[in-house]
Write a protein that binds this ligand. Structure first.
Ligand SMILES: C[S@@+](CC[C@H](N)C(=O)[O-])C[C@H]1O[C@@H](n2cnc3c(N)ncnc32)[C@H](O)[C@@H]1O
Length: 606
């Protein structure tokens, strides 16, 4: 007989490109890499909330979040007691309820086996508490739990009804999302609205051509038999149970909406996504530390080179008490709008946004005649803040979001995004929702006719910033939870590294002597981390690594790696490793994989 607990469990194995795996094993050692790889398949066991100290305090936020959690628990309890009655045999239903209760009661700290002592102490006084790291008391941790064992109601020869979801959908669900219609790939026959559904994920498998593939026809009928698609591959890839919000036919007919309401998850993480608008921001701990490491001071001029959606930009602005200027650029028009929305929601008017390719972030003085762009047209300081007069006179307008009046959420739900996008967690600001409501009521305003406005920039003058943050686009191999990592090859990893070096070259020109550059990535790839630091220190003798505060990540990697093609990748030299922060997803801090290096810029004349 089938081992039900194995089949209906959650024991994913991350797949890598074989050469990439070999490289990481060389870098970390086989055991350590296996721990990292395993950690990446799970979400962190706590959520991290950054408090907007200009609007609230950690204590006030903790009180409010506690109240929200209480309310939710109360709603959940009622929901659990009433929801399945219609379609489930009464006895089985009662058993399920018992199981749910038991599981809930067992949500204690021991579930989160990887929590450090520091975090453990944080949670001694309840599920929500202030971060104990000196200087980070405006960070609030909210305890989650998992992995939970779920009873899917398997009866011999009568497997539970189920859906298979796409991998991106599953990753979003593990972070707390619901299953949206586009994410559903296959479903059991005769599923009706309200029925209990087991949710598993189909992950890319090696294809005959050496690549990866997912050969599954959307709409496939599942029988719960070995003949089902990915039957064996889905062993141990069950991510929770939910209630069908529509019939099987509906799931493949409609284009939008929640297909399965996930009410019994393998990982339970409170998301607080749409509460306490402007008062809090959900952010990974290493990202918060990055803003801190930059050490922005009131009145300074700071450049955030790859800023969207603005998590670090707003953290920096708050550390500066909204005094000074934070110039936030991104190459994506819509993403610049996201930064604007977030800044508005958080009440931060020291943030100026531009659309700019960070590879062309430096403009020379003589460029200014040929451009209407503000950044290079102002002789005195190289950058100009965005006020309303300037907006009407100088802004280069761009047509905005094509789906005028729709926020990200409605786009997601109406199916105009891809299958994957429908299950990615997208940030929707309350300010955005309110703005759209106003537009619907009043019609488009004068400045709203083409949607949001984004000012193009042609770059900034050299040495025009006190501090520069380069939170570089990267392979993102530290992000979690992740169920597949095979897409990155050695070549693609090297391409990321090249791109980052070119951006760093721009950052070096823009930071003034005596200024600071912070470089960060959310990848575990040393080629994009330590190797970038090596490149920077070897090429720019006036740069030196600086101590970061707080320093809670681990040390960097010292040495080098020799590749089969003869290429040698140089990492850090002894003593440099303590000056960078490497957040290891398998470490007790239980964060995403992340890297931070801080450079001080010396005199550029030498
Ligand atoms: C890691 S994300 C930044 C996250 C952001 N710093 C935050 O904390 O919210 C990288 C960003 O770089 C942007 N990007 C990629 N290539 C770029 C380029 N050449 N110039 C400017 N931005 C770029 C992407 O659009 C993306 O928003």
């Amino acid at each position: 007989m089938e081992d039900v607990s194995e089949r209906y469990g959650y024991k994913p194995m991350l797949r890598w490109n074989p050469q990439v795996e070999e490289y990481f094993i060389k870098a970390y050692g086989a055991d350590h890499f296996s721990r990292i790889s395993n950690a990446l398949t799970h979400p962190s066991c706590y959520s991290c909330v950054r408090v907007n100290t200009l609007k609230s305090t950690s204590d006030a936020v903790i009180q409010k979040l506690m109240a929200i959690m209480k309310e939710t628990e109360h709603d959940d309890a009622n929901e659990n007691l009433s929801k399945y009655d219609a379609n489930v045999n009464a006895d089985t239903g009662l058993k399920q309820k018992g199981c749910l209760k038991e599981t809930n009661i067992s949500l204690n700290l021991s579930d989160c086996s990887k929590v450090t002592n520091a975090l453990y102490e944080n949670f001694q006084n309840g599920p929500i508490s202030k971060c104990q790291v000196p200087g980070l008391d405006y960070v609030v941790f909210v305890r989650g739990s998992g992995p939970h064992v779920i009873d899917y109601g398997y009866i011999h020869e009568k497997p539970p009804k189920e859906v298979i979801v796409s991998r991106k959908c599953a990753e979003a669900v593990l972070r707390g999302a619901q299953v949206y219609v586009p994410g559903v790939m296959a479903c059991s026959a005769h599923v009706e609205k309200g029925e209990k559904i087991a949710v598993s994920v189909a992950v890319e498998q090696p294809g005959p051509d050496g690549g990866w593939g997912l050969g599954i026809t959307r709409g496939t009928v599942l029988q719960g038999l070995e003949t089902d698609p990915y039957y064996f591959e889905r062993n141990g890839l069950y991510i929770g149970q939910g209630r069908a919000m529509m019939s099987r036919a509906g799931m493949f007919r409609v284009l939008e909406g929640i297909a399965v309401d996930m009410n019994n998850r393998v990982f339970k993480l409170p998301s607080f996504n749409d509460v306490l608008e402007g008062e809090i921001f959900l952010q990974n701990l290493p990202s918060i530390v990055t803003a801190h490491a930059l050490d922005p001071q009131k009145g300074e001029r700071i450049l955030d080179m790859c800023a969207a959606p603005g998590g670090k930009t707003t953290a920096i602005a708050i550390l500066m008490k909204n005094e000074g200027q934070v110039v936030a650029v991104d190459r994506s028009h819509n993403k610049v709008l996201d930064i604007q929305k977030l800044a508005a929601e958080m009440g931060l008017n020291c943030i100026t946004t531009y659309k700019l390719d960070a590879l062309k972030a430096v403009c020379q003085r003589n460029d200014s005649n040929s451009t209407t762009d503000l950044c290079c047209s102002k002789e005195d300081d190289g950058v100009t803040s965005l006020n309303s007069d300037m907006l009407s006179l100088h802004v280069e307008r761009e047509s905005s979001i094509t789906t005028e009046g729709m926020n990200d959420k409605s786009r997601k739900e109406n199916g105009s995004n891809s299958t994957e996008k429908a299950n990615e967690r997208t940030y929707v600001s309350k300010a955005d929702i309110r703005k759209n409501m106003r537009r619907i009521r009043n019609g488009p305003g004068r400045s709203q006719s083409s949607g949001g406005r984004v000012q193009n920039s042609k770059g900034f003058y050299p040495n025009s910033f006190d501090r520069v943050l380069l939170d570089a686009p990267c392979s993102a191999l530290g992000l979690r939870p992740r169920l597949f990592a095979g897409e990155e090859t050695i070549q693609s990893l090297r391409n990321h590294a090249k791109y980052q070096r070119r951006m760093f070259d721009q950052a070096v020109q823009l930071a003034r002597p005596g200024g600071v550059i912070v470089y960060s990535t959310c990848t575990i790839n040393p080629g994009e981390n330590e190797a970038l630091v090596r490149y920077a220190l070897d090429k720019y003798k006036f740069l030196s690594l600086a101590q970061q505060h707080p320093s809670i990540g681990g040390p960097g990697l010292v040495g080098h790696c020799e590749f089969p093609d003869g290429y040698i990748e140089e990492w850090l030299k002894p003593d440099e490793e303590k000056l960078v922060q490497r957040f290891d997803p398998s470490s007790p801090l239980d964060t995403i994989g992340f890297f931070i290096a801080k450079f001080v810029v010396g005199s550029k004349d030498c």
